[in-house]
Ligand binder design. Structure first.
Ligand code: 8YV
Length: 314
């Protein structure tokens, strides 16, 4: 069939998604194209859809060279790197994949919290390298259950983190611009929340409005025993201030899944023994990535069929 609509695959996708998409679309693999400009020059006029990833997005310049573009379908919940005003101005729909990844991201937040506070990776190394036999017990770690939890960004993922925290019998507080209908303590900003918590978990959406939301003042307001976890976007935290605080032990530890520059993160992180690091993997389970891919494809197919989009954001 030669009349399949063109799809520009901007971010790499698993084969099961590419194979399924190939049934409906002519696929243009932008993510590993040797000459992207040539690909756009040759196929731009036939491309009606983009598939991209949360951490890659799509900018106005790309939209400009795709005159038939109708939809940008994001493989992920975060769409902070899609230029939404540019899409709206061009009548291009934008979709994401909410809900299907919520519980996995909350699991990773708790995994990082436990790993950082209980020093699980350090304990694993202690066993493997013979330190246990040679030196005896490891230095003591920090308790998690019962500690006061602050959540920056009480959306779907923040609420899933709160549900887990309830099982850990943690008093919960959150920061948000406005109070929400939840039985948790509210503070208007992360800086106001920080002095009241032992653990700060960041689960706010990325983008211009949350850039450096957890700023130097918020980090300075954390107590020295505090543990910080970030499963949202690196941009939400003032990263240089976080690195300084970790290095100077003004906070105890951090568990981080996301960074300002991914994947070439600030090398300082790898030198800090009080961090547990992950390669932006909070949604990276087989089950969830299959669900993300399915929803991303359903959005693309709905647009091509003229049906309502399952999960539009613009
Ligand atoms: C990524 C994420 O989408 O959903 C998001 O916003 O950050 C992740 O789940 C995932 O890495 C796929 O790109």
């Amino acid at each position: 069939m030669t009349d399949k609509p063109g799809l520009l695959v901007v971010g790499p996708l698993p084969d099961w998604d590419l194979d399924a998409l190939a049934q409906r679309f002519t696929i243009h693999r932008y993510f590993d194209a040797p000459d992207r400009a040539a690909m756009l020059a040759a196929h731009g006029p036939t491309i009606r859809a983009i598939s991209t990833r949360g951490e890659i997005g799509a900018d106005a310049a790309l939209m400009d060279v795709l005159p038939k573009l109708e939809i940008i379908s994001v493989y992920g919940v975060g769409y902070d790197l899609v230029d939404i005003p540019a899409a709206r101005a061009r009548g291009v729909r934008v979709t994401n994949t909410p809900d299907v990844l919520t519980e996995d991201v909350a699991d990773m937040a708790f995994g990082l919290l436990l790993a950082a506070a209980r020093r699980i990776p350090a304990g694993d190394a202690w066993v493997r390298d013979g330190s246990w036999a040679a030196k005896g017990a490891m230095p003591l770690a920090t308790r998690v259950w019962g500690k006061r939890l602050g959540i920056v960004g009480l959306g779907r993922i923040g609420l899933a983190i709160a549900r887990r925290a309830e099982a850990f019998r943690m008093p919960i507080a959150y920061s948000a611009r406005a109070r929400k209908d939840v039985p948790y303590d509210w503070h208007p900003t992360p800086a106001a929340l920080a002095p009241h918590v032992d653990v700060l978990v960041v689960s706010a959406a990325g983008g211009a409005t949350t850039r450096n939301l957890v700023d130097r003042a918020a980090i300075a307001a954390l107590r020295p025993h505090a543990v910080l976890v970030n499963v949202s976007r690196g941009s939400v935290i003032e990263e240089a201030a976080l690195i300084e605080a970790l290095r100077e032990r003004r906070i105890a530890a951090a568990g981080l899944d996301v960074f300002l520059d991914e994947p070439t993160i600030d090398p300082a992180f790898a030198t800090l023994p009080n961090t547990v690091l992950q390669p932006h993997a909070a949604s990276a389970t087989l089950e969830t990535r299959q669900a993300i891919g399915r929803l991303m494809r359903e959005n693309l197919e709905a647009q091509m069929d003229g049906r309502p989009l399952p999960s539009p954001v613009a």
